[in-house]
Design a protein around this ligand. Structure first.
Ligand code: HEC
Ligand code: HEC
Ligand code: HEC
Ligand code: HEC
Ligand code: HEC
Ligand code: HEC
Length: 475
């Protein structure tokens, strides 16, 4: 299903969509019933030879059964857009429903829009509204220190409505910390939805088979009665058709499995290794609001974001000797093991070669600090044939860390949030507009500049200025 396993509260919203699906499905069934009824009328008024009537009926029934199965296997596809999922994947990196983050809190924000249309326009492309001099838009933009919001030209009205409906109904999760330990309790119920679909589909499949067999039986009985010889019955497992269909199905499924496995080789979304030292981004970047660039200074200046060495840690930890936050934010590993933060700081001292009693570094005879590097396990890892540059994205492109790495400041232990697949890079390049007019690098694209001036276009995406060229990303 579509909900995020990491968010138990998404359950309510999916359940509602499930009801909506059932409703849609019932409406479709009704149309079918009407069609069947009309079919009967045709039989009644148009003289059809008695002999081909059963054939008609069989055709009609199998067609009907086929559609039912097809429909059921596609129920999620005819579902209404899922506001929660859309919000999480597009907006959550900058917006919280209740709290101000990079952008404003979104709950009931639609009540402040000058008009519904204005809201759609803003979300699809706020930069265009601002550029067009819309007063409300310019005011909001200035209020938030001229931080640009990503454009979402591909969102439909229904999808935007679904997002706004989701944030309006959103309620803060109750005592998140107290629940964290036993979040497993709510999990099994979350899966009941997919389970229900499977049961419905399977029971309908059974019904189709039963009806088909019954139909055959009846035909035989009718044949016996009229003394028409019956064909010899072949058991299912020896029927050529069944064998052929099964073989084709197995071929397709195993091919899909194989290709999918091969393409995903080396990818590791959600990878969350155990690190040599329990260092929590939530404690540092979240609770204590330390800027990412304080430790990952490279992200703005170079290809690599860089991992800080232990003497960067010691800038603060010469003073901060213990972890006092265990009450408000107990430290836990993904497996649920409790971690003593103060012990971890002591471990840091060992790596850094710091003696907390002497309040100085341990040194060898020549006066060099006796430090051992912390062997952090690398989480994000592109293949060697790909070139990726942080500065290009963070400094020039103004892309937020969170858009690629997720809400790191909420993670105790970092995990890989994005797939890092080629499709992921390309999709973003197709959707994201570059800072076009303010960057001399793009002055050579005279055609786009003219089109922007004449109002023929509202922006230029990265894909249009070379973000799709193989050699930009591949050596
Ligand atoms: C890259 C960060 C970012 C993302 C992603 C983002 N926003 Fe925003 N949003 C902002 C900022 C910053 C503002 C404040 C206005 C400004 O500076 O442009 C804003 C403003 C808004 C406003 C106007 C608020 C007002 O006062 O009327 C709405 C509505 C909005 N965002 C909705 C969304 C929706 C819906 C999504 C997801 C589809 C989304 N945003 C994704 C950063 C973002
Ligand atoms: C006080 C220093 C510090 C701050 C502040 C900090 N980080 Fe880190 N970051 C680290 C260290 C140390 C590691 C390596 C250990 C780990 O993976 O948890 C790391 C690892 C990472 C990784 C994973 C690297 C890999 O192995 O692929 C990402 C991504 C990351 N940080 C992003 C961020 C972002 C985004 C922020 C700001 C919200 C941030 N960091 C703030 C120190 C810091
Ligand atoms: C800008 C200051 C600053 C820097 C730099 C810094 N820390 Fe911390 N660290 C803190 C603060 C503040 C706390 C929380 C102390 C408390 O709540 O009592 C903390 C807590 C900790 C803890 C205990 C909680 C936990 O996350 O497990 C560890 C371990 C730790 N830091 C390790 C590191 C390491 C390793 C680095 C370098 C990569 C580092 N710190 C860099 C300020 C800093
Ligand atoms: C456009 C997407 C994107 C943005 C934005 C982004 N990163 Fe990354 N980050 C990546 C990718 C991809 C890798 C893997 C790089 C590799 O394996 O060569 C990575 C790797 C890292 C690493 C591991 C060490 C390294 O340099 O390879 C750290 C730390 C990190 N990022 C921190 C940050 C921080 C902090 C920010 C924000 C200031 C940020 N990233 C913004 C995509 C991004
Ligand atoms: C969240 C959106 C996003 C993702 C994900 C992303 N990029 Fe980008 N990328 C951008 C933006 C925006 C720019 C334009 C920066 C600018 O204004 O020059 C850009 C520019 C680039 C450029 C420079 C192109 C040029 O015209 O010179 C390269 C190369 C690149 N990205 C590689 C990658 C690779 C490789 C990945 C995947 C590992 C990736 N990007 C993922 C948004 C993204
Ligand atoms: C925006 C950056 C970007 C562009 C442009 C790009 N690629 Fe890639 N490509 C990647 C990344 C990232 C991977 C690694 C994917 C992975 O690890 O699964 C990759 C992987 C590949 C692979 C290995 C197969 C695979 O899926 O892992 C091939 C082959 C490839 N690219 C060919 C091309 C060709 C041909 C083009 C030009 C039409 C191209 N790429 C353009 C980023 C890009």
């Amino acid at each position: 299903m579509f909900y995020n396993k990491k968010c138990p509260e998404s359950r309510a919203s999916t359940e509602k969509h499930f009801l909506q699906n059932v409703y849609n499905f019932c409406r479709l069934c009704r149309s079918f019933a009407l069609l069947l009824y009309k079919g009967k009328l045709i039989f009644k008024y148009i003289p059809v030879p008695e002999s081909i009537k059963p054939m008609f009926r069989i055709c009609f029934r199998s067609l009907f059964a086929f559609f039912v199965v097809l429909l059921l296997s596609n129920v999620p596809a005819i579902a209404a857009p899922d506001g929660k999922a859309l919000f999480m994947s597009n907006c959550a990196s900058c917006h919280n429903p209740l709290k101000e983050s990079t952008g404003p809190a979104l709950q009931n924000i639609d009540k402040t829009f000058p008009s519904k249309e204005w809201g759609y326009k803003w979300i699809r492309n706020s930069a265009a509204l601002i550029a067009a001099g819309d007063k409300t838009a310019v005011d909001i933009y200035n209020k938030y220190n001229k931080t640009a919001m990503t454009a979402f030209p591909s969102l439909s009205d229904e999808e935007i409505d679904a997002i706004l409906a989701y944030v309006n109904e959103y309620k803060a999760p109750v005592t998140a910390t107290a629940d964290a330990g036993k979040s497993g309790g709510g999990q099994p119920a979350t899966d009941s939805n997919g389970w229900l679909y499977t049961v419905i589909t399977l029971s309908l499949l059974m019904l189709v088979i039963i009806l088909w067999r019954a139909n055959q039986g009846l035909k035989r009985a009718a044949n016996d009665k009229d003394d028409v010889p019956n064909e010899k019955e072949i058991p299912l497992y020896r029927s050529k058709l069944v064998i052929a269909v099964t073989a084709i199905l197995i071929f397709i499924l195993s091919g899909y499995w194989l290709v999918n496995g091969a393409v995903n080789e080396g990818r590791q979304q959600n990878y969350q290794p155990l690190q040599p030292l329990y260092y929590s981004h939530k404690v540092h970047a979240g609770i204590n609001q330390i800027n990412c660039l304080y430790c990952h200074a490279g992200a703005e200046k170079s290809r690599q974001a860089m991992i800080p060495s232990s003497n960067v840690c010691m800038n603060c930890h010469k003073q901060i000797k213990e972890y006092t936050g265990a009450e408000e934010h107990p430290l836990k590993t993904a497996e649920g093991k409790t971690i003593n933060g103060t012990e971890q700081i002591q471990l840091l001292y060992k790596y850094a070669g710091w003696d907390p009693v002497k309040k100085d570094y341990n040194r060898d005879a020549k006066g060099n600090i006796l430090a051992t590097p912390i062997q952090w396990v690398k989480i994000h890892n592109l293949p060697d044939h790909v070139y990726f540059n942080h500065a290009q994205h963070v400094k020039v492109g103004q892309v937020q860390c969170q858009q690629c790495h997720g809400n790191i400041e909420e993670m105790d232990e970092v995990y890989q949030f994005s797939p890092l697949s080629m499709g992921w890079c390309i999709n973003c390049h197709r959707q994201t507009q570059v800072q076009f007019t303010s960057n001399n690098y793009y002055s050579i694209f005279t055609k786009y500049h003219e089109e922007l001036k004449s109002g023929k276009r509202t922006g230029v995406t990265e894909a249009e200025v070379g973000g799709m060229e193989c050699q930009k990303c591949h050596y």
